[in-house]
Write a protein that binds this ligand. Structure first.
Ligand code: CAA
Length: 695
């Protein structure tokens, strides 16, 4: 084995050159990898004894793409296009041997090889769209030449990792290799190519698959319409479509490539990709806990108990059943239990009817969830999650009882969205076992769990909760105990401002439209209507003190009563309500507020800047570990647009100085609700970023 550089080796076995890469963790195309690849191909070309080349990777995966950490830096080493040209123009057949994932630039390198073999467990894809990018190394030009236009459109805009057996059907892969000995399979394949005198196949030269789509712009229009809802606000999906269009309509491969490169550069230097790359790393950072050592022993969770079979409890139970963990679901009445189990079954059946799981999956998963009316049945579970309604006395009573039932070492978690975990923990003799696991509704769908650490929570309980959240496919953020924790505390700051805005002249639908256009799935008033205006409202005590009280008193309690802030038709389509407008205007007039016109910019700033301000206070108090955790919370739990990177990233994009100046103006005008966080003032005075301060 002769090293080419630190990350590449070249050796020759019976006339087959083995060019191998070993650049952990994912063999990304760093400058060293690119240089090593180029020199390896040149070595093979120069060595007369080499008849064919196998390109193979060591470690967990084939090349997983460009090295994202190098984006934005000065170009160093061999260029990717030089590597690709050298491979494609090699006078000897080059075979890519794929295991793990061949993604992005990695697949684009493989597509320049004359042939590709892959182990059955491998997956290939062009996921650049998830980073706000497009495959910028010829991927959009080569892929449709192999898999056809429709499939290519789906792959580049969806970013899926396609399993090797499907790749074989699509022609992306030429042969499935032995799972246990990829190198031997690839060498045998190369020998076969030589023996049969198969050609040095260049994907760029084959146009047949494009022919079928020429002169048919409707293919692209239909596709665009199909993804419009899912990709609203994102630039990259549209740019990917344009590249495939260019592959079909350009006179030559090079002309299509020029379009791809131009659009790639635009995305790479634009704000959306910057934000999406930030989110990529943020989602990987959240698992790193500065004061809980990586090697902390975890508790083995083989069985889960859930108290409360309502919407939250049922949704939470599904997460565990989905990964094969048995769940005991406790309710207080048979009727509530039957209803809860029925909803779970209906949810699974709906998923099956959409083809996402099989009928057998429905049975297997519902079969893992056992209902009971006896809390004593939780004696053998390793984790209990309490998901009853938000009442501190009730939760304390449940935890005190649980303390006598749960086995030693079991984790006792509460799904509370706001209550004090420390107070709940005090009702047990084992506060170190108590933690908050705050799921977001619908809990079987939303990707976030806030893992709320109490004063006494042990490291093992924290580490286990984080690991388990990962296992059920969630993003988990470790947060501290404060009212609303991180996500809802920031939401409350926004809601307070949204309520004030409507007193000053904006209507709920104006506020909602501005936030929807910003990229959120819905604004605060549409959200209230969806959740129900009567959450936390008490009919007996209601005295019409807020607009919400008045609407509830009028039985406008949200979508469920076909009326809330909006009027709803039979299809739940919302329209602005003249009744609500009248209520708001009268309410505002009573409070001495006269309605005035308000710009969209003002609405946006008044909703979003207090969120940022609250986020900064949260960081200063140590309630979140880092600014990017706050971003992940708001993206995964509340649908903050990924292409804006989360509220804290957005703050730095806007400029902390500008945010501070505007908050100061607003404070003068509207009072201390806008008082800037001292940390924000400090950061602006010092010119420091969240990262500079270790946030
Ligand atoms: N560049 C740099 N670092 C990368 C990377 C990349 N392309 N892909 C992953 N990493 C890093 C991660 O940040 C992580 O680092 P830490 O351990 O320090 O947090 C580490 O590799 C392991 O990653 P994961 O935790 O994600 O590991 P996994 O096993 O769960 O998943 C993976 C592996 C499927 C490859 C996943 O990391 C992934 O999807 N990576 C991104 C793939 C991608 O988007 N490729 C396209 C890049 S853009 C491109 O290629 C453009 C072009 O054509 C020029």
């Amino acid at each position: 084995m002769a090293p080419i550089n630190d990350v590449t080796d070249f050796s020759v076995e019976n006339g087959i050159g083995i060019l191998s890469l070993d650049s952990p963790p994912v063999n990304a195309l760093s400058s060293a990898v690119r240089t090593g690849l180029l020199e390896g191909i040149q070595a093979a070309e120069a060595d007369a004894s080499v008849r064919a080349v196998v390109l193979i990777c060591r470690g967990r995966t084939f090349i997983a793409g460009a090295d994202i950490t190098e984006f934005g830096g000065a170009a160093k080493g061999a260029s990717l296009s030089a590597v690709q040209d050298a491979i494609e123009n090699s006078s000897k057949p080059v075979v890519a041997a794929i295991h793990g994932t061949a993604l992005g630039g990695g697949l684009e390198v493989a597509l320049c090889c004359h042939y590709r073999v892959a182990v059955p467990s491998a997956r290939c894809g062009l996921p650049e769209v998830n980073l706000g990018l497009l495959p910028g190394a010829g991927g959009t030009q080569r892929l449709p030449r192999i898999v056809g236009v429709e499939k290519a459109l789906e792959m580049v805009t969806g970013g899926q990792h396609v399993p090797a057996p499907t790749c074989l059907e699509l022609g992306l892969v030429d042969e499935l290799a032995s799972e246990d000995d990829l190198q031997a399979s690839a060498i045998a394949f190369a020998e076969g190519v030589l023996a049969e005198g198969r050609p040095l196949r260049k994907v760029r030269e084959s146009d047949d698959k494009l022919e079928a789509s020429r002169g048919k712009p409707e293919i692209f229009e239909k596709f665009r319409a199909g993804i419009a809802r899912r990709t609203r606000g994102f630039l990259a999906p549209e740019y990917n479509v344009r590249c495939i269009e260019a592959a079909v309509n350009s006179e030559s491969f090079e002309a299509g490539l020029a379009v791809e490169q131009d659009l790639f550069r635009k995305l790479l230097t634009g704000p959306q990709s910057l934000a999406q790359r930030h989110v990529f790393f943020a989602e990987r950072q959240i698992w790193k806990l500065p004061d809980v050592p990586r090697e902390t022993p975890t508790i083995e969770v083989q069985k889960v108990g859930i108290i409360g079979a309502g919407t939250m409890g049922g949704g939470i139970a599904m997460n565990f059943a989905n990964v094969g963990l048995p769940v005991t679901l406790v309710e207080t009445s048979q009727e509530a239990l039957d209803r809860g189990l029925g909803v779970i079954r209906a949810n699974y059946e709906r998923t099956a009817s959409r083809g996402r799981i099989t009928a057998e999956d429905v049975e297997a998963r519902t079969g893992l969830i056992t209902g009971t009316l006896a809390m004593e049945d939780l004696g053998d579970v390793d984790l209990v999650i309490e998901a009853v309604f938000e009442s501190m006395p009730l939760k304390k009573e449940i935890f005190a009882r649980l303390d006598g039932i749960a086995k030693p070492g079991a984790i006792l978690a509460s799904n509370t969205s706001a209550l004090d975990i420390n107070e709940i923990a005090q009702s047990t003799e084992r506060p170190e076992a108590v933690i908050g696991l705050h799921f977001f509704s619908p809990a079987n769908v939303m990707k976030l769990v806030e893992v709320v650490r109490g004063e006494a929570t042990s490291d093992a309980v924290i580490a286990t909760s984080m690991g388990l959240s990962k296992r059920i496919g969630k993003n988990a953020a470790l947060v501290g105990v404060c009212p609303g924790f991180v996500g809802n505390r920031i939401l409350a700051a926004r809601q307070a401002q949204a309520n004030r805005l409507v007193m000053e002249g904006a209507m709920p639908w104006d506020v909602d439209r501005v936030l929807f256009d910003f990229g959120l799935p819905m604004g605060p008033f549409a959200m209230s209507d969806l959740a129900g205006l009567d959450i936390g409202w008490n009919k007996a005590e209601s005295r019409g003190e807020t607009v919400r009280d008045v609407l509830c008193e009028m039985d406008r309690r949200g979508q469920k009563t076909s009326a809330g802030y909006y009027d709803y038709d039979a299809h739940r389509k919302a329209s602005p309500s003249p009744v609500v407008e009248k209520v708001i205007r009268e309410f505002a007039a009573r409070g001495g507020n006269s309605a005035r016109a308000m710009s969209d910019e003002e609405i946006l700033e008044r909703c979003v800047y207090p969120m940022i301000n609250e986020g900064v206070k949260i960081l200063d108090e140590g309630m979140a570990i880092r600014a990017s955790d706050v971003d992940v919370i708001w993206i995964s739990g509340y649908g903050w647009p990924v292409y804006r990177g989360g509220p804290m990233f957005y703050a730095e994009q806007v400029g902390l100085e500008r945010v501070l100046a505007r908050l100061q103006e607003l404070q003068k005008e509207y009072g201390d609700a806008f008082a800037p966080a001292p940390l924000l003032e400090k950061m602006v005075a010092e010119g420091s970023s969240f990262r500079d301060l270790g946030f």
